[in-house]
Design a protein around this ligand. Structure first.
Ligand code: FHN
Length: 459
């Protein structure tokens, strides 16, 4: 009988040995260390462009002469359009004005640092040439353009990270995909795994092999996604592109938390997170939605989100011809001009060391319509941080003198970020105060940098 001798080598020794022998392995992509490394660019980026585009941009919110309420990309579901009828839209798909370079230029002018586009939304229509389905922009249309190929090339050329939204569970085109009960009956009678194995999983593989480095995969609406089914997608992503981020809507924990649509948390969150948000009330283009957020509102939301540690993924819904609605472009570019002067307060900036300025929970126990405790948000100013610097962004003219929140650190100097104009500091018994010039420099948002001794605020 052979004796069994176990030699236990400490992992650290093994790692040194492997590294020096040239056999070093990349860290396990599911490790905390790998996740931290994957998220580094995301924490710097802070602001991204979401694009919802598909054949739903053709009806643009109306079907057979009637207005269909709700978000534009849900028209097939809302109007219960049978698959063969909905498929006819592909015949009209002719995005003659789609210019990938122009989209990337817009994102860049807007100061956005990544793009996420719907590679396939719930209607099942893929914007790229899929080999496992003919319901895509190349096989089902006369235009034959692979939208993702063109966009990926433009993003690569301009160094813009590109991610793909992918509706993994809902697919109203497929008999076994989730969601289409009007053509295919109830979801619990479907062979959902057949759909996953034959369409969704191979398509995610295609996206991760045919379009260069993928910054992230943005899964959505995880219906019927058991842990086992979710793990299959995680494995595909981690195996094919270990640096690719997974959002928070796969059905298993991803690399970061995705909040609800347009939901900005009231307080600082310690894990990585992102708010997907609309500029009006729809994601996919609707010709009747003109209720646009103002540049001031977008700027406030961006700084608010950054001061709570998150990212802002702001959506545009291009029209069927490929043009992004002009009001969206104008708003994004206005915010982009502000960011050119004030971006230091945003990109890679840390959250507020305080928090009282964000608002407070109702002391009287009031609740909102969903029964959640009511949070009374304040919107006068926000603070973001870098080592040794505090960025106070004022959205309203502050009271002068403006009393800085309590900290032990000595304040060295203060100045406006946009033009370096010095701001007078007055030290009184209660602590330092800023004497900010009136009228305030930029009524949309004025950033005052306060330099302090030490890297971080001490309270
Ligand atoms: O149903 C989708 C919707 O169409 C849109 O894509 C948003 C974006 O966050 N996600 C789902 C609803 O939360």
């Amino acid at each position: 009988m052979r004796s069994r001798i176990a030699i236990i080598v400490p992992a650290s020794v093994l790692a040194i040995g492997l590294a020096s022998s040239g056999w070093a392995q990349a860290p396990d992509p599911n490790s905390a260390e790998a996740k931290k490394a994957r998220l580094a660019w995301f924490h710097q980026a802070k602001y991204g462009l979401f694009i919802h585009w598909g054949v739903y941009a053709i009806p643009a919110g109306g079907w057979k002469g009637a207005r269909v309420p709700g978000i534009g990309e849900w028209i097939m579901f809302r109007a219960r359009i049978p698959v063969p009828e909905y498929e006819q839209l592909a015949k009209q798909w002719n995005p003659v004005k789609f210019d990938a370079e122009a989209w990337v230029q817009l994102a860049s002018d807007a100061g956005m640092k990544y793009i996420v586009i719907t590679s396939k939304h719930h209607d099942g229509f893929a914007l790229y040439d899929s080999k496992v389905s003919r319901w895509d922009a190349v096989d089902a249309t006369a235009s034959k353009r692979d939208i993702l190929k063109e966009l990926a090339a433009a993003c690569a050329k301009h160094g813009m990270p590109l991610g793909f939204y992918y509706s993994q569970a809902q697919d109203w085109h497929e008999p076994n995909g989730a969601g289409n009960t009007w053509d295919f009956g109830p979801d619990d009678k479907k062979d959902f795994d057949q759909y996953l194995r034959e369409k969704a999983e191979p398509q995610v593989r295609e996206l991760l092999t045919e379009y260069g480095p993928v910054a992230l995969v943005w899964f959505d609406t995880p219906r019927m996604m058991t842990p086992e089914r979710s793990r299959r997608f995680t494995d595909i992503v981690r195996t094919l592109q270990p640096k690719t981020l997974i959002d928070g809507r796969l059905g298993a924990a991803g690399d970061y938390v995705s909040t609800g649509d347009n939901v900005i948390p009231g307080e600082v969150q310690s894990t990585a997170w992102e708010v997907p948000a609309t500029l009006n009330h729809t994601w996919g283009y609707r010709k009747d939605d003109h209720d646009w957020k103002s540049p001031g509102d977008v700027t406030f939301k961006l700084v608010d989100i950054v001061s709570k540690g998150g990212n802002y993924l702001l959506n545009v819904g291009p029209m069927a011809d490929g043009v992004i609605p002009q009001p969206s472009q104008d708003t994004l570019r206005t915010v982009g001009r502000w960011l050119k002067l004030n971006g230091e307060a945003v990109y890679g900036a840390g959250p507020t060391p305080w928090g009282d300025e964000l608002g407070e929970s109702s002391s009287k126990g009031a609740r909102d319509l969903r029964g959640n405790p009511l949070f009374l948000s304040r919107n006068e100013w926000r603070v973001t941080t870098r080592p040794g610097k505090l960025y106070f962004t004022f959205f309203h003219e502050p009271r002068v003198p403006f009393e800085l929140p309590a900290m032990k650190n000595k304040v060295k100097r203060a100045y406006r970020l946009a033009d370096g104009h010095p701001i007078e500091l007055k030290v009184e018994a209660g602590g330092p105060r800023l004497l900010i010039d009136r009228p305030i420099h930029d009524p949309m948002a004025t950033v005052v940098v306060v330099e302090i001794e030490g890297d971080a605020v001490e309270r």
